[in-house]
Design a protein around this ligand. Structure first.
Ligand code: IPE
Ligand code: IPE
Ligand code: MG
Length: 226
């Protein structure tokens, strides 16, 4: 099952829903819906590949710049997704974690998310979802908390990142061919391997994740040494 050369912690910038829809002359909302199906497939695949932690970028702190209609489609999708998939996550032994300021979402979503956090707290593998997440905001917050405790250094900041209790990030994937981080896990990416894949998120599946893990397994990590 789990390959010792595979990453323990994989994070994905799930990009390309809009382009997927456009290619099919469908509304953007259909791209997001198909993106939701890809999330399901990928979560299952991560389990089958034996990954300890999968972190998914679902909504950035900058995505509020999108028009109201698209934001409301994304919020409705999230509501339905939690309701529909929670039991499956429980059955798969997943522990849900949220990174980002999710409390800014509508009260009913916050409540659903917190119920899901509660109900999955016994899980063994982690599914971390980035919601209203921005890495610069995360780092500023961690630095503020570290300062309140008296010292600002890499260790004291790291301790206050949302990801403090997760395994170190091994592999960061972005789909859709864009080659940028868009304010995702800037701190954690310091020594992560990066992989930019030419597949639109709604087309992503087990084969892509397996291929990414195989690529990772062949990389040589040096961490500044030689
Ligand atoms: C990613 O797909 C989903 C979110 C950012 C919520 P996009 O909506 O960014 O798709 P493109 O980049 O327009 O194709
Ligand atoms: C990053 O994608 C955010 C998510 C995937 C949730 P964007 O589509 O928002 O990023 P930019 O705007 O292309 O940099
Ligand atoms: Mg995009």
């Amino acid at each position: 099952m789990s390959n010792p050369n595979y990453p323990r912690h994989v994070a994905i910038i799930m990009d390309g829903n809009g382009r997927w829809a456009k290619k099919r002359m469908l509304p953007r909302a259909m791209g997001h819906k198909a993106g939701g199906d890809a999330v399901k497939r990928t979560v299952e695949a991560a389990g089958a590949l034996g990954l300890e932690c999968l972190t998914l970028y679902a909504f950035s702190s900058e995505n509020w710049k999108r028009d109201e209609g698209e934001i409301s489609d994304l919020m409705n999708l999230m509501r339905r997704f939690i309701e529909k998939e929670l039991e499956a996550f429980l059955a798969e032994g997943l522990k849900l974690k949220i990174i980002g300021d999710y409390k800014a979402f509508a009260p009913d979503i916050v409540e659903k998310l917190e119920q899901a956090l509660d109900r999955t707290s016994g899980g063994t593998r982690t599914l971390a979802v980035a919601l209203n997440y921005g890495a610069q905001q995360e780092i500023a917050r961690a630095a503020r908390l570290a300062a309140e405790e008296g010292s600002i250094d890499p260790e004291s900041i790291e301790k206050h990142l949302y990801t403090a209790d997760l395994p170190p990030l091994d592999l960061l994937i972005r789909t859709s061919g864009e080659v940028r981080l868009s304010n995702f896990l800037l701190w954690q990416a310091a020594y992560a391997e990066m992989l930019f894949m030419d597949v639109l998120w709604p087309d992503f599946g087990e084969q892509h994740l397996r291929e990414a893990c195989e690529t990772f397994a062949k990389r040589e990590r040096r961490y500044g040494g030689r």
